[in-house]
Ligand binder design. Sequence first.
Ligand SMILES: Nc1nc2c(ncn2[C@@H]2O[C@H](COP(=O)(O)OP(=O)(O)OP(=O)(O)O)[C@@H](O)[C@H]2O)c(=O)[nH]1
Length: 246
Amino acid sequence: MAAIEKVKVVVLGDSGVGKTSLTYLIAHNKPLMSPGWTVGCSVEVKLHRYKEGTQAQNTFFVELWDVGGSNGHRNTRNVFYQPTHGIILVHDLTNRKSQINLQKWLSEILNQDNSNPNQLSSVEVDSEQFLGSTQIPILVIGTKFDLAEEKQRKNQYRRLASSIAEQCGADELFVNSHQPRSLAPGTSNSVKLTRFFDKVIERRYYSRISPFSDRRRIPAYMMSTSTPLSNKPNQQYLSPRFYHMD
Ligand SMILES: Nc1nc2c(ncn2[C@@H]2O[C@H](COP(=O)(O)OP(=O)(O)OP(=O)(O)O)[C@@H](O)[C@H]2O)c(=O)[nH]1
């Protein structure tokens, strides 16, 4: 019997936004009511049916790498980032700062070559740069939807959708990780999650697209032939390891 292939999805976001609760719900279809504080990284595995119901149907393992979000481990956690086949960015819908910080998280994982990790907090992600930089599928998830809804009922309304999802053209879903129905089959959340995993697998195992063949996604300065690549800014964004990640 052939071994089942796997992909690695890294789950990122501030400490306490609910990454552990979310990854547990995705992997086990049931809630984890008292998660512990994640030190380093913990991994859950989900069996995923790629393109279920079609002739291309196949089974894969999806590894969900839940990376502890505490600031104290910022300098060491890049050991968990390679390889990365997909990224789930998690924010807490009741905590606007956690949404804003997703830019820093994305910057951290895309910018691993930065020699001074302490600079990362000040790095802004330029949407054009990072759209051009990565073929890695991204999904944005807002957690604690139950608490956010409560706030909205009390008229403490604010826009829940994050700008980062818009910037990277990623799907976004809102969940209550204490409620299994949040990701129940047939819901739009479940459809988006399935579509995301399919995309990660497709990019990893079926895509023949060279990162340089889709010119629309390469920033203008990278397309110029007049300047050697080494002289251009942020060349680490096009580091080949983001395309050949074995
Ligand atoms: N009401 C509600 N509480 C949630 C939800 N998701 C997570 N929580 C709670 O939020 C707290 C933090 O959740 P964790 O899953 O440990 O957060 P984390 O992002 O993994 O935190 P770190 O391990 O520090 O990185 C816990 O008390 C969870 O029970 C949710 O959707 N709704």
